[in-house]
Design a protein around this ligand. Structure first.
Ligand code: KG4
Ligand code: ZN
Length: 343
């Protein structure tokens, strides 16, 4: 049974930006008391990707049950909670609106303060749960289905985006490459798995642009063309080799650009955030930084993808700063990271 101490801050996090309905109770920004994630992957799989309206409808059905479960598993009631933190962007507008509206209703009814959380900042905060001693500043490699960037995390609420993708995000490229290889959605984990059975037989152009940003659309198109050309000529290609070559090109560019940035900024801690952070090859290449004297932070595998614990963690830092939202809070599908410049 959870015994609340006067000093503890408990945040109820709510996440519904894409195809996971999630709720979590986190203590003092770092300790998970419960973390409930209801994935809709099986529902969307048959369509080869997330269907926004179906996602919204499923969030509506699931959200109350998921929140109740998170409170029950944490063995707390709303009376023990200090605030409700909810993702308000970036993501699918209809999906976000479900979480935002639910959280507003909950706050209105309970009198709890409402905290608006940027989903991307949440992904970064997954590191605070995995590494309770981690503090800014550090360099973070942000690799999700919608974002790809290198960020200097200067403070808990201060970020400097060093570079980002000019077109597709890395996770998106994984999903599209997987699709052309006939692998099911979400493609990232499938490519990751298939890669280990193949070799990097195909060479692709670097994903780093001339001015040091990322571009993943060329890599994605190269894989699509490779597969289509082979099909047209009736040639057989080894899917595992294509997967391995793609995986290598997608990850090597991230690592190379991260090396450049850490050499320039002098920070000795590097972290990873976002769904692609679960990638086996990426995680093994990140370990190379340890040999060079860096502290390397890789979020727990279950915290790389979308979850509400990371949202509650980010919410905690708004709570201690006294940053609250009101009932005008709205979904913001194209929300940027604070400090992100257009590339
Ligand atoms: O961060 P995330 O859960 O959602 C967004 O905020 O976008 O990232 C989802 C992305 C998907 O594109 C998925 O294919 C990719 O992360 N992903 C992976 C792996 N696991 C998930 N990509 C490569 N290797 C993986 N093991
Ligand atoms: Zn995400």
């Amino acid at each position: 049974m959870y015994m609340k101490s006067g000093k503890d801050v408990l945040i109820l996090g709510i996440e519904s930006s894409c195809d996971e309905t999630a709720a979590s109770v986190v203590k003092n920004g770092r300790e998970i008391l419960s973390n409930v994630v209801l994935s809709q992957i099986d529902i969307h799989k048959v369509f080869g990707g997330v269907v926004p309206e179906i996602a919204s409808r499923n969030h509506v059905e699931a959200i109350d049950k998921v929140v109740r479960q998170a409170l029950a598993e944490a063995d707390v009631t709303l009376n023990d909670v200090n605030a409700v933190a909810v993702t308000y962007g970036a993501g699918l507008v209809g999906a976000l609106l479900v979480g935002v509206s639910y959280a507003k209703g909950l706050c209105q009814a309970s009198g709890l303060p409402l905290i608006a959380v940027n989903h991307i900042e949440g992904h970064i905060c997954a590191n605070y749960i995995t590494y309770p001693e981690l503090q800014p500043p550090y360099t973070c490699l942000l690799t999700s289905g919608g974002h790809t960037a290198i960020v200097r995390v200067v403070g808990y609420d201060k970020y400097e985006v060093v570079c980002s993708t000019v077109d597709d995000a890395v996770g998106e490229a994984f999903d599209k490459a997987a699709r052309v290889l006939g692998l099911s959605y979400p493609g990232g984990p499938q490519i990751d798995r298939l890669s280990s059975a193949g070799k990097a037989a195909y060479k692709f152009h670097s994903v780093i642009t001339a001015n040091g940003n990322f571009s993943y659309s060329g890599l994605k198109t190269a894989v699509i063309n490779l597969v289509h050309n082979a099909e047209q000529k009736g040639e057989k290609i080894d899917k595992a080799d294509v997967a391995c070559s793609f995986n290598k090109a997608a990850v090597d560019g991230l690592i190379e650009r991260l090396r450049r940035e850490t050499a320039a900024n002098g920070l000795k801690t590097v972290a990873v955030a976002g769904g692609v952070g679960a990638n086996g090859y990426l995680r093994s290449r990140m370990k190379e930084f340890e040999r060079d004297g860096f502290t390397v932070c890789l979020p727990r595998l279950d915290l790389c993808g979308d979850n509400a614990a990371m949202i509650a963690s980010r919410g905690y830092y708004s709570f201690v700063n006294g940053e609250f939202a009101d009932l005008t809070l709205n979904a913001t599908p194209t929300l940027k990271l604070r400090g992100e410049r257009p590339v």
